[in-house]
Design a protein around this ligand. Structure first.
Ligand code: APR
Ligand code: ZN
Length: 365
């Protein structure tokens, strides 16, 4: 027996979501049915709406979600009915070499990017038509069916709105700082772009004791938020940005993070670094966006430029860690939430994001 679920559906060619009713199948073996508590509205969803990335269509959007396990399929042992879970938008296959080496973030067996369950099916239909859950999450829906490996149990005390953000922006930002860059206490860092992801990077930088923490954004509102989150300096981009950063850091930053997904900004990252510094690409650009780097200058100065996807998060390890940091009062994820909205207001939230407004909108069910 399947169930009806109000959901935000995207079709190729449209920038708007249609809030309508889809059909969600019972959980097949190895999968779980989740009643959604909250779903964040993330920049990656906007990339899809704006046609930046190729995806199957139609799609139930949302990949930053948390909720309660309502039912489990045969063989599921990791979670039980009633558990609170955070959904992961990159579920591991648990079988490939990467997974077996503890590097599930580069799993080669996951079908997340195809928006499919491990057996190649989708749990969603709309008037009989197959619909795909975005990144095999589809959290902008009252119900979702996800693989067991993509639903991570967290303590019940963590509110769903906070938990949803741990599932993408917070894990991405924290992981970029801790898992990928390995930022040490007392070292300098620049964050370019301070939306939900950039602010999450700043929260993590403060937690690990980076100093100074320099935030760069076009929006004065975003920079004000960045200061509240722990940025010690804020700058609007200009031709003299590298010099301004060199002046604050006595010669360039040890770490630089890009959290917009913009080619020109990524290209400029190495110029913000001190010799030996590390630049990290966190924001995801549109498909086919080659960047041009002065290889000789990079090599001679011993700088590095690395990519960070989902902060190299191992969800089963990192989500409970982040939830515990939140509960201990050391990672104030709740402060990222600027707007709590209903599912019907989802298009307005994306429009506000396109105007560079709002830290993070969260859909509450
Ligand atoms: N220079 C500086 N800041 C900029 C510029 C620019 N040229 N253009 C945009 N920004 C700022 C915006 O003002 C905004 O604060 O970048 C920020 C982007 O934030 P959001 O739109 O809220 O996006 P977010 O959800 O944080 O995601 C950022 O990370 O995960 C990826 O796919 C995601 O590529 C996206 C990126
Ligand atoms: Zn996201």
């Amino acid at each position: 027996m399947s169930r009806s679920s109000r959901a935000a559906v995207h079709r190729h060619g449209s920038q708007d979501l249609d809030v309508t009713v889809v059909d969600v199948a019972d959980p097949a073996p190895g999968t779980v049915l989740v009643r959604m508590g909250a779903s964040g509205v993330c920049g990656s969803d906007r990339h899809v709406l704006d046609g930046d990335w190729t995806l199957p269509s139609p799609t139930v959007m949302g990949h930053e979600g948390a909720g309660t396990v309502e039912a489990i399929g045969d063989g599921v042992t990791d979670v039980a009915v009633g558990d609170h879970v955070i959904l992961s938008w990159f579920y591991p296959c648990r079988r490939c070499t990467a997974c077996l080496s503890g590097k599930s973030y580069v799993c080669t067996g996951s079908r997340s990017e195809e928006c499919l369950l491990p057996d190649g099916s989708s749990p969603l239909t709309l008037d009989g038509e197959r619909v795909f859950p975005y990144l095999t999450v589809g959290s902008m829906s009252e119900y979702a069916v996800v693989p067991e490996a993509g639903a991570i149990r967290i303590p019940d005390e963590v509110p769903f709105d906070v938990a949803s953000l741990i599932g993408c922006s917070v894990a991405t930002g924290f992981g970029a700082v801790v898992n990928d860059a390995g930022v040490e206490a007392g070292t300098s860092a620049v964050v370019v772009g301070t939306g939900g992801v950039g602010l999450s990077i700043i929260l993590a930088l403060r937690l690990v004791g980076a100093n100074p923490i320099i935030a760069v954004d076009l929006s004065e509102d975003k920079l004000a938020a960045a200061r509240e989150f722990g940025a010690t300096h804020t700058l609007v981009p200009s031709d003299g940005l590298a010099e301004e950063i060199a002046a604050i850091t006595q010669g360039g930053a040890a770490y630089a993070f890009e959290a917009i997904g913009r080619v020109q900004t990524i290209e400029s990252l190495p110029s913000l670094l001190a010799p030996g510094g590390k630049a990290v690409i966190v924001g995801l650009p549109p498909e086919d966006s080659p960047v041009s780097i002065d290889a000789l200058a990079l090599a001679e100065s011993g700088k590095s430029l690395i990519g960070s996807n989902y902060g190299s998060t191992v969800p089963g390890r990192d989500f409970p860690r982040l939830a515990a940091l939140y509960l201990a009062g050391r990672l104030p994820v709740d402060r990222l939430i600027s707007h709590r909205i209903g599912l019907d207001d989802v298009n307005e939230a994306f429009d506000a994001m396109r105007r560079g407004e709002r830290a993070r909108s969260v859909i509450v069910f």
